[in-house]
Design a protein around this ligand. Structure first.
Ligand SMILES: *Cc1c(COP(=O)(O)O)cnc(C)c1O
Length: 398
């Protein structure tokens, strides 16, 4: 009998009851706007900011409308101007170069290695082209952050971390998002905590965070930002910084607070599922697993493997055969952008030099989500299906 998987790769878990109750309380009060409080009340948004800052050990946190908005705000707060170049990953998702384009700047793409992290040699070669690196920890893979920060600090390049896939992750015990000048997180449905849309920005830099707070649309109400910088930091900036409205509301914050408390538990559930898939795909001829180092503590909400140096036809065949058995693999190597998947040369608004070494990797990257609605048995079944179909196509080509 041919096994088939029938689960949904896009079905998330429900919002925890505690979050639903907190959301209902906010709605009953009618005070959904973060600055709409009664005397003595601390807005849910402020509580979320305090709790998130404490969870990663950052001085400041600002809740905003989306992860992409957090990135754009961080770039602006770093002083990126129209026409400036910003270094960023060739392997990432469209909102990352989009955030660069959103401030009128021009992305300079840096290559990807077989470990699916930014290529530090390529970065070294391009470091003199920009004063900001927007570093995307794409699919939760962390590069050697000590080496990267040493290079960027020496070149006086500010680092903005895109942590859309690394909320809860760390490098040598230091939380992702606390290495660069800013760390940007998303609370969109497909990330690690779910408020539909939403973003969080962290920093230890009082001036940068004051700028970000004004940019996000604080008006002159910044003193209510208990997880923000002190009022002195706003003394001049409040006159000079435009309001580019993009706040988070209390309803989303209320939904997120209980999920943040559960993040470590959820991370271990994700990693248990990842380990089952990883074990099921060991020693498949032609299939390369992505190594993880002991320095990296990850939250594996998705799984990647490589079909390195396979022909596009053979990869498309694997994808079709897995799909026929209910396993949806995303392919970053496809010539046309599909769904959430696109590549640096699909973003035609941005100049892209040919990157043959990265093209070789991108062509082979297969990707799938591992939602927590999958059981570990589901994950074992998914691995058996991929194993069988990759092996069948590999043997036919041999
Ligand atoms: C989702 C995502 C973003 C943007 O987050 P939104 O909240 O959807 O704006 C940025 N970078 C990466 C890698 C993402 O996956």
């Amino acid at each position: 009998m041919t096994e088939r998987f029938t689960g949904s790769f896009t079905q998330q878990e429900p919002i925890p009851d505690e979050g639903i109750d907190a959301a209902i309380a906010v709605m009953r009060g009618g005070r959904l706007h973060r600055y709409n409080t009664v005397p003595g009340e601390v807005a849910e948004t402020v509580l979320l900011e305090q709790e998130f800052a404490a969870s990663v050990g950052s001085a400041y946190c600002l809740a905003v409308a989306s992860g992409g908005y957090a990135i754009g705000t961080a770039l602006r707060a770093c002083g990126v101007k129209p026409g400036d170049k910003v270094l960023t990953n060739a392997f990432t998702l469209a909102p990352v170069p989009g955030a660069v384009a959103g401030v009128g700047a021009v992305p300079v793409f840096v290559g990807v290695t077989e470990d699916l992290v930014i290529d530090l040699d390529d970065l070294a070669a391009k470091l003199d082209q920009a004063s900001v690196l927007l570093l995307s920890h794409m699919r939760g893979h962390l590069c050697d952050m000590d080496a990267l920060m040493a290079m960027c600090d020496a070149a006086d390049v500010a680092v903005v971390e895109d942590c859309a896939h690394t909320m809860g992750a760390a490098w040598n015990g230091k939380p992702s998002g606390t290495f660069g000048r800013f760390g940007c997180f998303s609370t969109q449905t497909y990330k690690h905590i779910n408020s539909g849309e939403g973003g969080l920005l962290i920093s230890d830099d009082a001036e940068g965070m004051a700028r970000a707070t004004m940019l996000s649309g604080s008006y002159m109400l910044y003193t209510s930002h208990a997880a923000g910088p002190p009022p002195e930091a706003f003394a001049q900036l409040r006159y000079e910084t435009p309001n580019i409205s993009g706040r988070m509301d209390n309803l989303r914050a209320a939904i997120l607070r209980p999920q943040l408390r559960d993040l470590a538990t959820q991370a271990s559930r994700w990693n248990a599922r990842y380990a089952v898939v990883e074990d099921g795909l060991r020693d498949v001829p032609g299939l390369t697993l992505v190594p993880r180092t002991a320095s990296e503590s990850y939250v594996a909400s998705s799984f990647q493997f490589l079909l390195l140096d396979w022909s596009p036809e053979a990869i498309a065949d694997v994808q079709a055969r897995c799909a026929a058995r209910g396993v949806e693999l995303k392919w970053f190597g496809g010539a046309e952008p599909v769904g959430f998947t696109s590549r640096y040369d699909s973003w035609r608004y941005a100049p892209a030099e040919a990157m043959p070494a990265s093209d070789r990797i991108l062509t082979g990257i297969m990707d799938m989500r591992l939602p927590l609605t999958f059981s570990e048995d589901d994950c074992a079944l998914i691995a058996r299906i991929i194993r069988a179909e990759v092996s069948a196509v590999w043997q036919a080509a041999a």
